[in-house]
Design a protein. Structure first.
Length: 756
């Protein structure tokens, strides 16, 4: 846990330096062109802000920085009304475009398209509901993935690993972010929105839009707005505007729509309008444009020239105002200054300034110790450079820090720091310069919160008694502020953990319901086998006797029909029992390419496969997998048979089983693809549900794909289905290699976890 906390804190420190996010090149060029025009167009600028999450956040943050109440800035119109248009145009002159490496590594165009799709869908849902402002819903949807933007911009390569893992192994985005980065984008986005001063309702939407149930809280409408954005997010991903190509929709949008008072048909109608709405809103502002480097450089030069003229004009106005006022402003006291500081870093910067002025220091190093002793955080200030370093040291490896600072100094003295702060000198000795060094503890009661290490300027001499007392008083005030900042951070972390626990509980609840349903099905099938098969056997036996003695051909035909239907009932019960209580896998190392060819040969020879080409291809370098070969062959065969049926409905086609080795020999993926008619979104969403069939006629019992899914899970595999109307269907079945822990078999319920 300390290592996770350290990783998370490092990302939070990066976040503190993020003042704005870059945007797409086409949008940046459009905005700079508008901002440098002789008479900038409000309509053109507003259209750009309403399709770009980075520019929209920049505009709201700018209004807040100017002192406008955040709760009044709930839509782009309100921002334009709150801020002088000229000032907003000047702020847009600093817009920056993401470079090609960042665009490619972080896949920003995909995220921008998803954010815009959610924004427009949120506006349409709010318009239909009439209970939430459509303009507020638009801006909420645009900003809902602010945390993802920050992570992709700050850590593009690390975030690419998150996306690659989702493409390779599936899973949930928030869980992958927590595992690889130490924090998810919902929590990080809420913190960034809070630091930028965005309205609280937007902070909550950014934080909670992944949760199915959100309480209204103290502000009416917050829960409804988060649910609107959640439904919009589900619809956007269902209709092709998601984070990555193979992601699965974890909740049926129709269910989320019903919680808001909409029908599934209404939600589906809204979702189908996304593509048309995207085109209408993106074309006029250059959303998908890729201006060449020459055009972008010219736009930057023009913007910089315009910004320089504005800055010179404002500097003259500032000097005149200062001269008129006679420089009458006074510096706030340390206590008043600390009352405005909310983060540990801000408190430490404040105490560094205060100690520097009080003791004529060339070096000041304030620091705090984590409550659990897992890390030390601090900063190094020097007279030459100001804040040179903001450090974070991991102490989880057992380093002795039981007494990080000395006891409070005797009255009128400051303790020497060289021995008591060995951990600091070991890490930063060359950067600290020459001594002597002094230490001042920061304590609250008997509890040590941190301390201050300092060195005075040359010729300043030993600290005088009044200087030592002043340093101790300043450290005492700072300690209270640091303790308060830590307590606030703990409360925030606790609320985030509670929200995450609620989300996890919801997932566990869904899994438990499915387990209960499967258990009920097992019990029903077992009882049915006992209660129905015995009478069926008697009925079938009597019918066979009667048929053997019957001379009338018509009556004998009727008796044969009854016998056949009795056998069919028995087969149905047997199939239900096999689905509810499948046999345990008999594990062995299996060649995946040979297994794929075996399945292709078997299914090609089945009745009904005429006119459909069934092939298997793969690399001979694919590692062995440890599975039950017969069970996996039957599961893959079920997928192939579905593909054959789909091709038959469109007059023929091909079904291919492709075997791919995962990177670093981690496993093997079977990719079964057909060029049939594909599935509609509502059918695709339920394709793995038991007893569901998308066929209205000649339908089977709807257990094929769901049984295949359960079989894959019992063999430690994962299964994901992708399908687009008119473009066929692809099913990805992934197994770990025999040497990657694939022998640990367990049944995992629920097709909501189907990933590949």
């Amino acid at each position: 846990m300390p290592a996770v906390g350290l990783k998370r804190r490092k990302i939070e420190l990066l976040l503190e330096d993020l003042d704005q996010a870059p945007t797409l090149p086409g949008l940046a060029h459009h905005v700079l062109t508008v901002a440098t025009a002789e008479k900038p167009s409000r309509r053109d600028l507003q259209m750009a802000l309403e399709v770009d999450p980075a520019l929209a956040a920049k505009a709201v943050k700018f209004a807040v920085d100017l002192g406008r109440p955040a709760d009044d800035l709930l839509n782009i119109d309100a921002v334009f009304e709150a801020v002088p248009f000229g000032a907003l145009v000047a702020e847009m002159l600093s817009t920056q475009a993401a470079d090609d490496d960042l665009l490619h590594e972080a896949q920003l165009p995909v995220l921008w398209r998803h954010a815009l799709a959610v924004a427009m869908t949120s506006q349409m849902i709010a318009t239909r509901l009439g209970t939430v402002s459509p303009e507020t819903a638009l801006l909420s949807g645009l900003l809902h993935d602010l945390g993802q933007i920050a992570l992709r911009v700050l850590l593009p390569r690390a975030y690419r690993q998150v996306l690659d893992e989702l493409e390779t192994s599936g899973g949930e985005l928030l869980e992958a972010e927590r595992r690889l980065l130490g924090v998810d984008h919902a929590i990080l986005g809420k913190r960034l929105a809070r630091r930028w001063g965005l309205p609280e309702v937007f902070q909550n939407v950014i934080w909670l839009h992944h949760q199915a149930q959100v309480p209204e809280g103290t502000r009416p409408g917050v829960g409804s707005l988060a649910q609107v954005v959640r439904l919009a997010d589900l619809l956007a991903r269902q209709y092709g505007c998601g984070y990555y190509a193979s992601e699965q929709i974890r909740e049926n949008p129709a269910v989320a729509a019903e919680r808001l008072g909409l029908s599934g048909v209404q939600a589906d109608h809204i979702g189908r309008q996304i593509e048309q709405a995207m085109d209408l809103n993106t074309r006029p502002v250059g959303f998908d444009d890729r201006p060449d480097e020459g055009r972008m450089q010219q736009a930057y030069r023009t913007a910089n020239a315009r910004l320089g003229r504005l800055q010179r004009q404002r500097a003259g106005e500032t000097r005149a105002a200062e001269a008129a006022s006679g420089h009458a402003a006074r510096v706030m006291t340390l206590n008043a200054d600390l009352a405005t500081r909310t983060s540990p870093r801000e408190v430490m910067e404040c105490i560094a300034d205060a100690v520097r002025d009080a003791l004529a220091c060339r070096l000041v190093v304030p620091y705090l110790v984590a409550r659990d002793g897992g890390y030390v955080e601090g900063l190094r200030w020097t007279a030459a450079e100001g804040v040179e370093d903001h450090f974070l040291y991991d102490l989880s490896a057992g380093e002795d820090l039981t007494d990080p600072v000395p006891s409070p100094p005797a009255r009128g003295t400051l303790a020497r720091a060289e021995r008591s702060h060995a951990w600091l000198f070991d890490r930063q000795g060359p950067d600290l310069g020459a001594g002597p060094f002094y230490a001042v503890p920061m304590t609250v009661g008997e509890c040590v919160v941190g301390g201050v290490v300092l060195a005075r300027t040359d010729g300043a001499g030993e600290p005088e008694p009044h200087e030592a007392k002043q340093a101790a008083d300043l450290a005492g005030v700072a300690a209270i502020a640091l303790r308060r900042a830590q307590a606030e951070a703990d409360l925030v972390a606790l609320s985030e953990e509670l929200a995450d626990a609620n989300r996890r509980l919801e997932v566990v609840h869904r899994a438990a319901l499915l387990e209960e349903n499967v258990a009920s099905l097992s019990e029903m099938a077992t009882g049915a086998a006992h209660e129905i098969n015995n009478p069926l056997a008697i009925i079938s036996g009597r019918m066979q006797q009667m048929a053997a003695d019957e001379q009338d051909p018509d009556r004998r035909k009727t008796l044969d029909t009854v016998i056949q239907q009795a056998h069919r009932i028995s087969e149905i019960i047997a199939e239900l029992r096999a689905f509810a209580k499948p046999p345990a896998p008999r594990l062995d190392e299996v060649d995946p390419v040979a297994l794929a060819r075996r399945v292709a040969d078997t299914e090609r020879a089945r009745e009904g496969a005429e006119g459909v080409g069934v092939t298997a291809v793969g690399t001979e370098e694919a590692p062995a997998i440890r599975v039950d070969a017969d069970q996996v062959a039957e599961a893959l065969g079920e997928v192939v048979r579905n593909g054959i049926q789909a091709c038959n409905r469109s007059g023929g086609g091909t079904v291919q089983i492709r075997v791919e080795a995962l990177p670093a020999g981690a496993g093997v993926r079977f990719i079964v693809s057909d060029d049939g008619p594909g599935m509609e979104p509502e059918i695709r969403a339920r394709a793995l549900d038991p007893f569901y069939s998308g066929l209205e006629t000649a339908r089977r019992r709807g257990l094929g794909l769901s049984k295949a899914y359960r079989t894959v899970q019992r063999n430690a595999g994962k299964m994901a289905l992708e399908s687009t109307p008119g473009q066929g269907t692809t099913v990805r079945v992934t197994f770990p290699s025999a040497g990657a822990g694939g022998a640990e078999q367990q049944e995992t319920p629920g097709n909501g976890d189907a990933q590949g």
